[in-house]
Design a binder for this molecule. Sequence first.
Ligand code: 16G
Length: 241
Amino acid sequence: MIDKTSPIPIYYQLESYIKNQIEAGFILPGENIPSEREYAENYGISRMTVRQAINSLVNEGLLYRKKGSGTFVSEKKIEQPLQGLTSFTEDMQKRGMTPTSKLIHFEVIPANSFIANELKISEYAPVYEIKRIRLADGEPMALETNYLSANLVKGLTEEKVKASIYSYVEEKLGLRITHAEQMIESVRATDDHEKLLNIEKNHPMLYIQRNTFLHDGTPLELVRSVYRGDRYKFQIKMERN
Ligand code: 16G
């Protein structure tokens, strides 16, 4: 596995070897990998070289360290396509995962000037402010805050948003959701995220703002979401024209 005569650096050979072991399922997510000492002894290489390989995999997010207990294999990231306009519920169901939501805030508030402008409604008009933790198979993935005009999306209740906002809007209200604009930025986890999403402070997160529209251009929602950076990656197909 390690070829000392190869021009490929040893740390890189070890890195590829560990990666293959993970991909092949020999070491599973949540399991710990052998210690630096074990790798060094088994392959007759220095601990510094082992550390270099492991550090690189930790930086890539494939492994994570837990103080005092070793280095573990991370959960596989969810690869989310960016080209289709889908809901969290649909995304998870398509993957065979069970979506659930933990509602932490539901209130009708007067729109401030920013929200009014985004939703193209007048300032102080009633909007729902909905904060949900989105879970996949019981694991918290994202924290989402939606703003929707209460005059447009009539009859939304706590029960309904615990299920799916998009299916209520489409199936019950008969509105046609057609397009959205989305912005993605990297941020660090705050105290709030730490508590609600069960992650460490300063953890890398993806902040997403989505403005969703109906077929006639009416803004449906403004959504601010924070997704776990260790569990998500976004994918898009591009064509050069
Ligand atoms: C997704 C959307 C969100 C939308 C929600 C509706 C992002 C990145 N994603 O999470 O805008 O409000 O789906 O989901 O913002 P639901 O129909 O399951 O309630």
